[in-house]
Design a binder for this molecule. Structure first.
Ligand code: SAH
Ligand code: SF4
Ligand code: F3S
Length: 428
């Protein structure tokens, strides 16, 4: 059958779609890039905010009207399977039941919300998006239960993959020509705590750095209070590990953080960033912020602005609070900040962040930097520096090559540069 995937949400979903595509190709089905001509559409959905959930409902409505066979997978599937069936979904699979995708597409299974996460075959090279950069799951689920967040309900409890298994996967990816890897999890710095004999993200990274052929390692997302000194030291000592720490603060106010059940104070967060910067001098910090959490006063929001001003993020995702059914925040706190105020606060933060990013990027103008080429637009190539800045430049290079460029111009988004030399050619 010809199957078209529509993937929403985070990198976890992107990777899950790859895994499902792998199973389908292995079973003899074909993955197509357009809706036109597809026999089945798989919508891999995200439930993090009401808006993302609604996207799934409106697409399913449109597709069913046109008589299409539609399956829903991912986070919305896990929490509202009944509702989705009512809306006409032909099959519904939760994010831990990826293995059932073949049966579902072949009409042999309608609903699977079971937990078969440990049975997933991560080694299928089939289905991976083309290119030299591979995503590797290291830990599934989340045990943190931030009061606003649906993820622990959709993705279940934390389960780490055994370290030997992950390293084997890294080796196979290197052998098949990959040279960049991103380790994925909702809390990658919780990695290994549940494993017999223990393991840690630092240990995993150290061991992975020994695999020949992989030039860069990234890790996403970190939970601030779980970052260990060992991890910071490991990053400092290994030039192949990204200098970018994605450490979402969510708010700059202690009273909001408490109600969010984030397990650190603003002071501890700032202290952590200082520790990172004093050990990894070229570290950049990314973050996520929620504005308009119930009860967030102007003063609370001012404290968030101050935090952003102080940390100087290289990338900041800002979202308006969206109550999620079944979460603690929805049960105990009224969504009392109007959409207008949320929007005003988002605009203020965006403006502040825009200026900061421009300043941070301008510091690189005139400097030579190494970048890994990740693709090309019509006229230009693009890639990222090891501290996670996007760079565009002209030149005859291919995806997967490492090049040295001289930065000519900065914006609050990407940098623009001139190609100097190729540092590393792609072998395969
Ligand atoms: N595990 C990561 C985040 C995963 S969800 C962490 O703890 O930082 C990605 C982002 O979505 C969160 O960082 C948060 O900023 C946002 N988010 C999650 N639930 C939300 C909600 N109910 N309303 C608005 N934004 C939300
Ligand atoms: Fe959600 Fe918090 Fe877990 Fe991140 S740490 S996935 S925000 S519950
Ligand atoms: Fe969305 Fe689920 Fe990821 S809710 S952000 S797709 S873990």
């Amino acid at each position: 059958m010809k199957v078209f995937f529509k993937t929403y949400g985070c990198q976890m979903n992107v990777r899950d779609s790859e895994i499902m595509k792998g199973y389908l190709i292995e079973a003899g089905h074909e993955i197509v890039n357009t809706l036109k001509g597809a026999d089945v559409v798989v919508m891999n959905t995200c439930a993090v905010r009401e808006k993302s959930e609604n996207k799934a409902y409106s697409l399913i409505g449109r597709l069913k009207k046109s008589g299409m066979k539609v399956g829903v997978t991912g986070c919305v599937a896990q929490i509202t399977a009944k509702n989705l069936k009512k809306r006409g979904a032909d099959f519904v699979l939760g994010p831990r039941a990826l293995k059932s995708i073949v049966d579902a597409v072949e009409g042999k299974k309608e609903v699977d919300l079971s937990d078969s996460i440990t049975e997933i075959d991560h080694d299928l090279l089939l289905g991976r998006n083309h290119g030299h950069h591979a995503w590797v799951n290291i830990i599934a689920g989340c045990d943190k239960f931030c009061t606003y967040c649906i993820v622990p309900y959709t993705r279940g409890r934390e389960i780490s993959r055994p370290m030997v298994e992950v390293i084997e996967e890294v080796k196979r990816l290197a052998e098949s020509g990959h040279n960049q890897i991103t380790f994925l999890g909702q809390n990658v710095d919780s990695y290994g705590k549940d494993l017999e004999g223990g393991a840690s993200l630092a240990e995993l990274l150290k061991s992975a750095c020994g695999v020949e052929g992989i030039e860069r390692f990234w890790f996403l997302t970190s939970y601030p209070s779980d970052i260990s000194d060992e991890l910071i030291e490991t990053v400092a000592q290994h030039p192949k590990i990204s200098r970018n720490f994605h450490l979402p603060p969510q708010s700059g106010s202690n009273s909001v953080l408490r109600r969010m059940n984030r397990r650190y104070s603003v002071e501890e967060y700032i202290e952590l960033i200082k520790r990172i910067r004093s050990n990894v001098s070229d570290a950049t910090i990314g973050g996520d912020i929620i504005v308009g959490f119930p009860g967030e006063t102007d003063e609370d929001f001012e404290q968030t602005l101050s935090l952003v001003e102080e940390i100087r993020y290289i990338r900041l995702n800002v979202a308006p609070y969206s109550p999620r059914p079944g979460t603690v925040a929805t049960r105990f706190y009224k969504d009392d900040i109007s959409m207008q105020v949320k929007k005003e606060r988002m605009a203020k933060l965006s403006k502040l962040q825009h200026g900061i990013m421009l300043e941070l990027n301008e510091k690189l103008v005139g400097r030579d930097v190494e970048i890994m080429v990740e693709g090309r637009t019509k006229n230009e190539c693009y890639g990222r520096t090891i501290d996670n800045r996007m760079v565009f430049f002209e030149g005859d290079v291919t995806e997967g090559e490492m090049v040295k460029v001289n930065v000519k111009r900065a914006t609050a988004g990407p940098l623009y540069a001139e190609l100097l030399e190729k540092v590393l050619k792609v072998v395969k």
